[in-house]
Write a protein that binds this ligand. Structure first.
Ligand code: NAD
Length: 414
């Protein structure tokens, strides 16, 4: 039986809930979404015909602040997936300590087959259908798979049209010229690299070798930043396969080749490897930055990296993390490793709310503090309970959420 992404998300949460001996009613409260919206969005397509798209928004948990999470455009979007992603956002926002709850949205569509005009109508239609339920103090969307600053710009403009004035804080990941933040584009990878630096210090590894699966926004930027830090990136891959040079790849060259030919496989002078082989290379650091469920109980035993930095969402199962932990490896979970994106989204929202913008240097300094604090907290919980980093991240976040429930009067203090 294939495990659904919702099942995976619950499994990770339940493991931590068990360690904390969390009351059944609290588990129930924290694992059921507060609100789910499903809307129909009619779009007049370029051929003159009307097509009706299905859109979703899940506001999972708003106990710590307005719900926050991206909007995904993909043919495979389902309510089950959006619900799991909104659940994850709840815990990611808690781990990185931004004052947001968790939310997520999605539209079932194939953006690769749609013109810019059709995508604009769809994006405006989504806001028209949802505008009463979202906003800077209610629920703040952002980009996700196949949505980008242009989509955010159409959405903020549609909200402006409906409300009659600009409300930049209603969405993040906007272009700089329309209330976006410096540092947002590289935030996820940069946040991951800050966490990696902390983990390397902890393990006293000075000059790590790194393999990265996925050479898109997250993976490519991580490779560039790691190379800038003087680390040796020995392997990278994309959907066509991977390249490996134990002496270290020329990342600038790999980026040029990827941009020009759409794949790293045209890089000359490195060995061609399969994506599965990349995961099992003898390196210090492995960064899965592409797909879900690539590290499972089936291959966890073959993974040799001392640190696994989960830049993708859901690349490792709870079972796999446990196996790696027992072998002495550190798997830094997605809800910590890739939370830099939402941390800078938070800074964008703050800047919109106060009407002031920070320089890239200021944003990155703030990001570094958030990421290092989050790493240190998760590390100490992992030591306290003798559990893997994934379980520790959930324990840390659940404990914070329980405090909120106590203050709100839903739970007795103690
Ligand atoms: P992207 O589309 O820019 O890049 C994905 C990369 O993965 C591409 O290089 C693609 O070729 C590669 N890929 C696809 N199928 C593959 C396969 N079978 N084997 C190996 N590589 C394959 O996406 P992204 O924005 O870089 O996101 C990657 C992951 O990071 C996703 O899980 C995403 O949810 C997560 N993430 C990204 C951000 C962000 O800000 N970009 C934030 C949080 C989480």
């Amino acid at each position: 039986m294939t495990k659904t992404i919702w099942y995976e998300a619950l499994e990770q949460f339940n493991k931590a809930a068990k360690v904390l001996k969390l009351d059944k009613s609290i588990v129930e409260l924290l694992t059921n979404p507060k609100r789910i919206f499903q809307v129909s969005i009619p779009v007049r397509m370029d051929d003159g015909k009307m097509k009706v798209f299905q859109g979703f928004r899940v506001q999972f948990n708003d106990l710590r602040g307005p719900t926050k999470g991206g909007i995904r455009y993909h043919p495979g979007v389902s309510i089950d997936e959006v619900k799991a992603l909104a659940f994850w956002m709840t815990w990611k926002n808690t781990v990185v300590d931004v004052p947001f709850g968790g939310g997520k949205g999605g539209v079932i569509c194939n953006p690769k087959e749609m013109s810019d005009g059709e995508l604009e109508k769809l994006s405006r239609g989504y806001i028209e259908a949802m505008h009463k339920f979202i906003g800077p103090e209610k629920d703040i969307p952002a980009p996700d798979v196949y949505t980008n600053p242009q989509v955010m710009a159409w959405m903020v403009d549609e909200y402006h049209r409906i409300e009659g004035h600009n409300v930049f804080g209603m969405i993040t990941g906007k272009p700089l010229e329309l209330g976006g933040s410096e540092g947002r584009a590289q935030a996820t990878a940069q946040g991951g690299v800050y966490v990696l630096e902390e983990a390397l210090k902890t393990l006293r590894i000075k000059k790590p070798t790194i393999a990265i699966q996925g050479f898109g926004n997250a993976g490519m930027t991580a490779a560039e930043l790691a190379a800038k830090d003087g680390y040796k990136v020995v392997a990278v891959s994309d959907s066509k396969g991977g390249i490996y040079d134990p002496k270290g790849l020329d990342i600038k060259k790999a980026m040029d080749i990827k941009k020009k030919t759409k794949t790293v496989m045209n890089y000359k002078g490195a060995k061609k490897i399969l994506n599965e082989e990349l995961l099992e290379l003898n390196v210090d650091v492995l960064i899965p930055a592409a797909l879900e469920s690539v590290i499972t109980s089936k291959n966890a035993n073959k993974i040799k990296a001392k640190i696994i930095l989960e830049l993708a969402n859901g690349p490792a199962s709870a079972e796999a993390r446990e196996i790696l932990f027992k072998k002495g490896q550190i798997a830094i979970p997605d809800i910590l490793a890739n939370s830099g994106g939402v941390a800078v989204s938070y800074f964008e929202w703050v800047q919109n709310n106060i009407g002031y913008s920070w320089s890239e240097k200021e944003v990155l300094e703030k990001l570094k503090i958030k990421m290092c604090d989050a790493f240190d907290s998760v590390y100490s919980v992992s030591k306290e309970f003798k559990v893997d980093f994934g379980t520790a991240a959930y324990i840390h976040a659940i404990r914070k959420m329980v405090k909120v429930l106590e203050w709100r009067g839903s739970l007795k203090k103690g």
